[in-house]
Design a binder for this molecule. Sequence first.
Ligand code: OAD
Length: 222
Amino acid sequence: MAFTGAGISAESGIPTFRGPNGLWRNYSPEKLASPEAFLNDPRLVWEWYDWRRQIIHKAQPNPGHHALVEMERRAREQFTLVTQNVDGLHDRAGSRNVVKLHGDIWQVRCTGCGKGRHDERVPMDPLPPLCPCGALLRPAVVWFGETLPESAWEQAVEAARRARVFLVIGTSALVYPAAGLVQMARQSGARIAIVNPDPTPADELAEWVLRGPAGDLLPRLL
Ligand code: OAD
């Protein structure tokens, strides 16, 4: 099993959430990615998502994403890729079975009628965007305080429980419940490997801590 976070897309030029380049106009992700922030200032939250959509739109998958495609191909059905990322780069690289815990930045959902749809407008205009029903659209991503999509979470837990080797790639392992998958896998007997240039709280659960960028280490791991 591989479990990825924003760090795997860093080498594609997409800023991570935390760390030196992680802040946007001095707002922390917790301040922007929440239902309260959206209620308070939907335009501000949409400006942040619009900025990220513009960056992601131009970005290409990097050798780290491609290495995971190859791992899936070699392992056949015995491999699950669980991601916290909403950027879609695993799909674009060619990974087939991607479990998305935090949604998808290219999906929007109406806050009024609840209807979801694919939306690739870049830049988003008008901002904030409206549903034909007249209510505000929101990004179909999971915000702080919201529950994860049930089926994605179930698939992730099942894979963590079954995993023999669990790769933790490019995540600060700070955001729960997603980060709890590492403990679950460990308790079920998986051997844990971390791929990250910096320390994380998950390191103490790991048998291997590989320090460096995913785009360099994952192809070498193959
Ligand atoms: P973070 O920004 O918290 O952490 C990114 C991690 O990537 C850090 O541990 C970095 O050291 C590491 N990193 C940086 N460059 C790397 C590289 N080239 N190769 C490998 N690792 C690298 O991002 P996440 O852990 O993904 O949630 O954050 C978790 C969640 O918090 C996100 O899914 C998002 C955010 O708020 C939601 O949107 C709900």
